[in-house]
Write a protein that binds this ligand. Structure first.
Ligand SMILES: [Zn+2]
Length: 183
């Protein structure tokens, strides 16, 4: 809702989208590193310190991203390879206790792929999917039962299509957002 002055009223309970520092508590952030209690193979083993397993798996992710596979397809593939080939050999120490073959949940895999910044190409593709989904959802609710077109939803649909086309044009002319060089 927009008020008489053309402003969107704010609610006092609103918080930041991303907390850049809250002491040790960043649990509200939608980021892999903000939930350290759940194991993440990629966060635990920085590139090169797992005897090659992480490098192979990271390369596999990049290949699937280059092939424009969807997030859930990549997550399922990573989970399958981790469980089958890597998990039996992994040992981590948490609070002084050694944990053998820790579980790496699909949710944590997805969080790492999307939010870590390590695979920005996937985030670019996700933005495109969000645009496409928004357009498809918007267009489903435009026509009234008598066949006439409702103006608000029509404008929302056209506006989103325009923004998506601008996004795509920029992608074509300048490359994906994560690969653009600063001007
Ligand atoms: Zn992670």
């Amino acid at each position: 809702m927009i008020d008489e002055d053309g402003c969107i009223p704010t609610e006092e309970s609103l918080g930041p989208l991303y907390s850049w520092f809250q002491g040790d508590d960043t649990s509200d952030n939608l980021a892999c590193s903000s939930s350290p209690n759940a194991f993440c193979f990629f966060c635990h083993f920085v590139p090169g310190n797992s005897g090659g397993a992480d490098a192979d798996l990271r390369a596999h992710c990049r290949t699937l991203i280059d092939q424009k596979k969807e997030v859930h397809t990549i997550v399922s593939s990573v989970a399958r390879i981790y469980d089958r080939d890597i998990r039996p050999m992994v040992k981590v120490v948490s609070n002084g206790v050694e944990i053998k073959a820790p579980q790496w949940s699909k949710r944590k895999i997805a969080l790492h792929l999307i939010t870590s910044g390590e695979f920005e190409g996937l985030f670019d593709q996700l933005q495109s999917k969000i645009f496409q989904t928004m357009i498809l959802r918007l267009q489903e609710k435009v026509v009234r039962s008598d066949g006439s077109i409702s103006d608000g939803p029509r404008r929302a649909l056209l506006s989103t299509m325009r923004e998506y086309n601008t996004f795509k044009q920029q992608w074509l002319s300048e490359g994906p957002p994560s690969k653009r060089t600063k001007r």
